[in-house]
Design a protein around this ligand. Sequence first.
Ligand SMILES: NC(=O)c1ccc[n+]([C@@H]2O[C@H](COP(=O)([O-])OP(=O)(O)OC[C@H]3O[C@@H](n4cnc5c(N)ncnc54)[C@H](O)[C@@H]3O)[C@@H](O)[C@H]2O)c1
Length: 364
Amino acid sequence: MTKIRIGVIGAGLIGRKHLRKLAGHDDYELVGIADVNAEQVAAEQPGARVFKDYRELLAEARPDAAIIASPNQLHAENGIACARAGVHILIEKPVTDMLQTAAGLIAEVSKASVKSLVGHHRRHHTQVKTLKALLADGRIGDVVGVSAIWATHKPATYFEIAPWRSQAGGGPILINLIHEIDFLRFTLGEIIAVEAISANRQRGFAVEDTAVALIAFESGALGTFFLSDCAVTPWTTEQGLGEAPEFPFSGQSSYRLMGRRGAIEFPSLDQWTQDGGAQDWNRPIQAQANHAASIDPYVAQLDHFRDVIRGVAPSLQPVEDGARSLLATLAIAEAASAGRRIDLRERYAAFATGQAAGVRQGAT
Ligand SMILES: NC(=O)c1ccc[n+]([C@@H]2O[C@H](COP(=O)([O-])OP(=O)(O)OC[C@H]3O[C@@H](n4cnc5c(N)ncnc54)[C@H](O)[C@@H]3O)[C@@H](O)[C@H]2O)c1
């Protein structure tokens, strides 16, 4: 089968990771890279065609598909240009920086009938797919709720090299929690309301260093989320899965999902049930192991993108779904600053009908 001719827009931290994965993938042919730092990228990527302007990449290299790994603020512009050129897109998360720009991107992708996949790579882990399958199989019955943590200590250099990270929009809600919100939506279904409290007392930055969120799901399940980037713990999805060498493996679960017939931890997938499916607090409860092999989610994401482009599989996350994860995450930031519960159903509806103008903006 002919290879998919692919370009990469933005060869920074994650763009370089995509380039490494593409180099080992037989179904893709890299036809060009676009980065404003073209000289530096050309030196790092010998043999690759490097363009300073992404529009030249589209016009001259004429890729079938592109990975958009530029800064958030450029995602919509890059994605719209790709759609107009008939180029399928794998677009990094968050889908865009703001809901209005997401609406423009969704319209152009739909108009051009190009395929889209948002780079919430967690969806491609076998542990995540197995969790979804176990829940669908009724292993813990109807889900009553979830208790989750994402807490780690970012080093001082993280803020020194990028001072925007200590300002509004640069904190853990919009940078880190969006992955977890997307994971929750993917595994437990749509989020319909949120409340939140945030604090900046530990670091003293303008942006939050810690937050707690209350989450209501369409299914009736409820969730609590504790988030902090200034606490030393083994409880982040990155550490629990060992998904990248920069986050050393802890193997610890940071999610506890609770159902009418049992409970399950993630990512360990340890399952807790009583004999014979009993529901009785006086009966003993036992753990049972479920195994899911660890794979490279970025390679699995490329495999899936290939299948989406070839029409073999529907996209696990088209741009319109990525916008919902953005909307829910922005609402948590807003709920924390406004100190009130936010109902998301009207916002989803308004967004879906292209009336996003009234929705608060602000992701970076
Ligand atoms: N899925 C993940 O695991 C993951 C991880 C990190 C970042 N991200 C996302 O990927 C995106 C990039 O993040 P990053 O950490 O790699 O950032 P980065 O700053 O390291 O890289 C961005 C790159 O884009 C280039 N660039 C800037 N303006 C450009 C333009 N006009 N045209 C072409 N290139 C341009 C920069 O020179 C830089 O090389 C962000 O949206 C981020 O949220 C995703």
